[in-house]
Structure formats: structure tokens, C-alpha cells
Design a protein around this ligand. Structure first.
Ligand code: ATR
Length: 268
């Protein structure tokens, strides 16, 4: 589709923007579907983000877009309205310019993660789930998992105050009791059906393992949210121990369609 006067514009806010995958993914889909849309990378520094967003509010054919590093937290503060994923995480990875320029943001890491699990036939019915780590990703996953028919999700973390904060936020955003904090030394790893690493351990080659796979039950599914390397040391150890694994890349791959719906990208 050639860009014309009728083309609708979508963007990705990034800094830098060389590594972003969204424009290629979305533009290929626009082409395949014959939709008169375009997604362009916006490489804007944190210093200029607010001015940039403000000026975009007045552009009637600029519909919204994706938000990535380092803007996810700052752009949440510029939004007029936040969806549940953004409220739970304090971070936004998709924004939509609604009529009269109001900015609506949400975070789809949690829905992407859950959709990926389901599509890989990992049932959530009555499952006991452990999330190790208490950063933004932990919040996103926990706040979505409690919406599923799970038994419970437990959060453990090196710093217990951050784990307690995740529990408190998810309880208040989702009005649920299916989440609790467990001190690290009291975690009984063998009881969990699904264990998720949401710490940054595994990003670097020499990182210690976030979880000792020998302590897990034989039917446990081990998940990582780290995307690079695709096969983290944790997942490799889990596979060697004969456990099922679930890769970090699925969280991103499975949220693209949710983001597209939210920003209205694939509407002809
Ligand atoms: P994100 O927002 O991407 O989830 P983050 O906020 O930086 O990332 O959170 C990183 C998580 O990895 C935290 O839970 C952190 O534990 P602390 O809250 O105690 O800092 C965890 N983490 C990082 N390095 C760790 C280490 N060496 N041992 C244990 N946990 C670690």
C-alpha cells in the first residue's frame, strides 16, 4: 500500500529505535491485509517525550502506537486514562489517541503471557503458580493470572517489600485474594504446577540460576520472561531435568494481536 492522503499513522515510541520489531511486523500485516495504515518508528529522547506526545494529540490521522524502552513508565504519567494492565504495572506498552486527543494507555505483557501459555496447552485450571521476582513484569503477569481459574499465585523476591507491594497492587486493582507473598526461605518449590522467573537473572551469561530446578515437582512447567537469550540457563537446566518449559519470547509474540485491537491497527 502506497502512503497517501488517506493513510492512518501508527507509531512506536523508542530510544533508540534501531532494534524495534513492531514497524516491520505491523507494516507487513498492513500490506498483507491491504489496509491503508503505516507504522513509523519515533526515536525520541526521554527529555522530549512529553513535548512529542503533546504535539501528536493534535494530529487527527495519528491513531496510536506501541511504547518501548525507555518510555514505558514515563508515558503512563502522560496518559489521561489507564487500562488495568497499566494500573497494575505503572507502565504502558501501547497507547491510543482517542477522539479529541485524549491518550489511553495499557500494558499487554500479562495478557500476552497468559495467551502464550494457553496456546501451548499449559492449563491454568486450579494451578498453583509461583512468580520469582517483583519488578514490572511480575506485576503484569500476576495481575493477569489472577483473572484465570487458577488456585493461587504466590510471589517471592530477594527484597520482600517489593513482593508485598506487588501483592497489594494486584489485590487492589483486581479485587482478588488469589495472590500472596511468600518469604524466599519458606518457598516449598515442589508444590507448584507453574514456576515463572521474572527476575533479570539469566540475561547475563554468568548469572546464577534464579530457581534450583532440582527442587521442582516432576510435572512443573518452568517459564522464563527473558527473551534474549531465548534459551536461558534456567530453561536449559529445566529441560535437562525433564521438565516442560515455556519461552520468554511468547509473551511478546502473543500480545501483538491484543495491542493491534487496542490501537485499532488492523481495522480496514
Ligand atoms: P522488570 O521491571 O523488567 O521486571 P526490575 O524492576 O528491574 O525488572 O526487576 C528485576 C527483578 O529481578 C527484581 O525482582 C529483582 O529483585 P529485587 O527486587 O530484590 O532487586 C530481581 N533480581 C535482580 N537481580 C537479582 C539477583 N542477583 N538475585 C535475586 N533477584 C534479583
Amino acid at each position: 500500500m502506497v502512503i497517501s492522503g488517506t493513510t492512518k499513522i501508527f507509531v512506536i515510541f523508542a530510544h533508540p529505535s534501531e532494534q524495534v520489531r513492531a514497524p516491520t511486523l505491523f507494516n507487513e500485516k498492513f500490506y498483507e491485509k491491504g489496509i491503508d495504515n503505516v507504522m513509523i518508528p519515533i526515536d525520541v529522547s526521554p527529555l522530549n517525550l512529553a513535548t512529542c506526545v503533546q504535539s501528536f494529540r493534535g494530529i487527527s490521522n495519528l491513531c496510536g502506537g506501541v511504547v518501548t524502552i525507555p518510555h514505558k513508565v514515563e508515558i503512563a504519567k502522560l496518559c489521561d486514562k489507564l487500562g488495568p494492565g497499566a494500573k497494575a504495572t505503572g507502565a504502558v506498552n501501547a497507547v491510543r489517541f482517542d477522539e479529541n486527543g485524549t491518550l489511553y494507555g495499557d500494558n499487554f505483557d500479562g495478557v500476552g503471557f497468559v495467551a502464550g501459555l494457553k496456546d501451548h496447552k499449559h492449563s491454568l485450571w486450579n494451578k498453583e503458580i509461583l512468580i520469582v521476582g517483583a519488578g514490572g513484569a511480575s506485576r503484569a503477569l500476576a495481575s493477569e493470572l489472577v483473572n484465570e481459574p487458577i488456585k493461587c499465585v504466590k510471589i517471592t523476591n530477594r527484597s520482600s517489600d517489593k513482593a508485598k507491594e506487588v501483592v497489594q497492587i494486584v489485590k487492589s486493582v483486581r479485587k482478588t485474594d488469589k495472590i500472596e507473598w511468600v518469604p524466599r526461605e519458606q518457598v516449598n518449590f515442589s508444590t507448584f504446577d507453574i514456576v515463572i522467573n521474572s527476575t533479570s537473572l539469566g540475561l547475563k551469561l554468568n548469572d546464577p540460576l534464579p530457581i534450583d530446578v532440582k527442587m521442582l515437582g516432576r510435572d512443573c512447567v518452568v517459564c522464563d520472561i527473558i527473551m534474549k537469550p531465548e534459551e536461558t540457563a534456567l530453561l536449559s537446566a529445566a529441560k535437562q531435568a525433564g521438565l516442560r518449559v515455556h519461552y520468554g519470547k511468547h509473551m511478546l509474540d502473543y500480545q501483538i494481536s491484543f495491542i493491534a485491537d487496542f490501537i485499532g491497527a488492523f481495522k480496514a
